[in-house]
Design a protein around this ligand. Structure first.
Ligand code: ARG
Length: 462
């Protein structure tokens, strides 16, 4: 084992302690970012006159070779590498000899790892936003594909009011839009350069941090070195954003599970995205939706786990912080796998329009009847009461509302007239919800137009 900190020690680190301490298996995912950070730092050192031009050339050539090896997947890790920083410095020493030992001047792994990790995240957030965008396009497609099809809308999972199916699909678009906005705003807080903060107190080399930030593409520079090496707010925020994305996808997935059941039958699962049972030959299971729901729990656990790690840490860097990367890497892999799979599964899910429409019963238009009475001048509370009585009578008689006679209605409220029967149509009910954001076809059309603008607008800027 070759460490970056051997001088002070005469004894060797215990083997199992070495394994606990090492982070290479996780932080090798930031190899490219580590090289980029070192390239910028070397240039900063040259500009500050800390290393000679020829030394800089040598370091920069060596690092470029290493970057190539990383990209080709041919970088050879040694069992003696403690973390990605020592692995790359070890390889640089193999390649260019003793000059490599000057690279770490004024730098600590504390500001180095924070830089690598932020750089990694700054580069991944746009990919995640792209995945979300693609998924949102699927939702818009489904909304458009469903045309004028209608379905029951639910509260408490009890039939409530009829809605346009497109409106339901689009209800899953907006939470993800907010997730994207959250990620965009987080991006600004991640894009802060810690490099140059040293171990905790700053660095004495005179390296131009403005230059480093520019070189690495950071928008801001940390203003307090103690904070810079220990700030993992961006990690917690990323995990929170991911947990909320997971929660939103899980809510959709749960509804897909319910709506593809035989009892509902609103949607039919595509073969390519369903799985069977080893015992029951007839089964077609919504495993991918269930896994989406399940993984949302694991992601939430990562957030809670990491916040617990952070809570109560003394300032500044503590080794506990090494626990920051694996949850983020795992969560990122999960979500960037779930989004495209779920998107394709939903894209190829068939919508059974008849089944959805025939699940709307006349009681779902009870609110329309109350609205009808208010149009006749009845105060809404009284209208609600009378309509409730109508529902009570019909359900006791085992009839739909439209099967009651006009006399039945008028015995409850004389304001009821023959025209009430027009108010029992689900399409009529939907058409009347014409407020902005409502379920009427024209409101939903406007909603889809706005959604498309958002998707395309972001593409243009992004
Ligand atoms: N592997 C460490 C981490 O991920 C790098 C920083 C090590 N710093 C230290 N003082 N031991 O946090």
């Amino acid at each position: 084992m070759m460490t970056l900190w051997g001088g002070r020690f005469s004894g060797k680190l215990d083997q199992l302690a070495w394994e606990l301490n090492a982070s290479i298996s996780v932080d090798k995912a930031m190899a490219e970012e580590d090289v980029d950070g070192s390239l910028a730092w070397a240039e900063g050192l040259r500009m500050a006159g800390v290393i000679e031009e020829v030394e800089f050339k040598s370091i920069s050539n060596g690092l470029t070779t290493i970057k190539h090896e990383i990209n080709q997947n041919s970088f050879g890790y040694s069992p003696a590498d403690e973390d990605i920083h020592s692995a790359i410095e070890r390889r640089l020493t193999d390649l260019i000899g003793l000059t490599a030992r000057k690279l770490h001047t004024g730098r600590s792994r504390n500001d180095q790892v924070a830089t690598d990790f932020r750089l990694w995240m700054v580069r991944r957030i746009p990919l995640l936003i792209d995945d979300l965008n693609n998924f949102q396009k699927v939702l818009i497609n489904k909304a458009e594909e469903s045309g004028d099809s209608i379905m029951p809308g639910y509260t408490h999972l009890q039939r409530a009011q009829p809605i346009l199916t497109a409106h339901w699909w689009m209800s899953h678009f907006w939470p993800l839009e907010r997730d994207k906005q959250r990620l965009l705003s987080l991006f600004e807080r991640v894009s802060v350069l810690p490099l140059g903060s040293g171990a905790l107190a700053g660095n004495p080399t005179g390296v131009d941090r403005e230059f480093l930030a520019k070189k690495l593409g950071f928008s801001h520079i940390s203003q307090n070195s103690l904070d810079a090496v220990s700030d993992r707010d961006f990690t917690a925020e990323f995990l929170f954003c991911a947990a909320l994305i997971g929660t939103h996808l899980s809510k959709l997935a749960e509804q897909m599970v319910i709506f593809t059941s035989t009892e509902f039958g609103f949607f039919t699962l595509p073969d390519e995205f369903s799985t069977g049972s080893s015992l029951m030959p007839q089964k077609k299971n919504p495993d991918l939706f269930e896994l989406t729901r399940g993984k949302a729990g694991t992601i939430l656990g990562s957030l809670v786990g990491f916040l617990t790690t952070l809570k109560g840490l003394p300032s500044t860097y503590d080794k506990d912080l090494q626990e920051d990367k694996s949850p983020v890497f795992n969560v990122f892999s999960s979500i960037t796998l779930i989004l495209p799979v779920l998107g394709s599964a939903i894209q190829s899910t068939a919508q059974n329009k008849n089944k959805m429409e025939s699940s709307i019963d006349s009681f779902m238009m009870a609110t329309d009847l109350a609205d009808y009475l208010t149009e006749k001048g009845v105060p809404f509370r009284d209208a609600h009461e009378s309509t409730g009585k109508v529902v009570n009578i019909a359900s006791k008689m085992g009839l739909e509302l439209g099967q009651l006679s006009i006399e039945d209605f008028q015995s409850i409220d004389p304001h009821f007239g023959q025209d009430l029967f027009n108010w029992l149509s689900p399409h009529g009910s939907i058409n009347r919800k014409n407020s902005i954001g409502g379920t009427s076809p024209s409101a939903v059309k406007n909603q889809i137009t706005k959604a498309k603008l958002l998707i395309n607008g972001e593409k243009e800027n992004g």
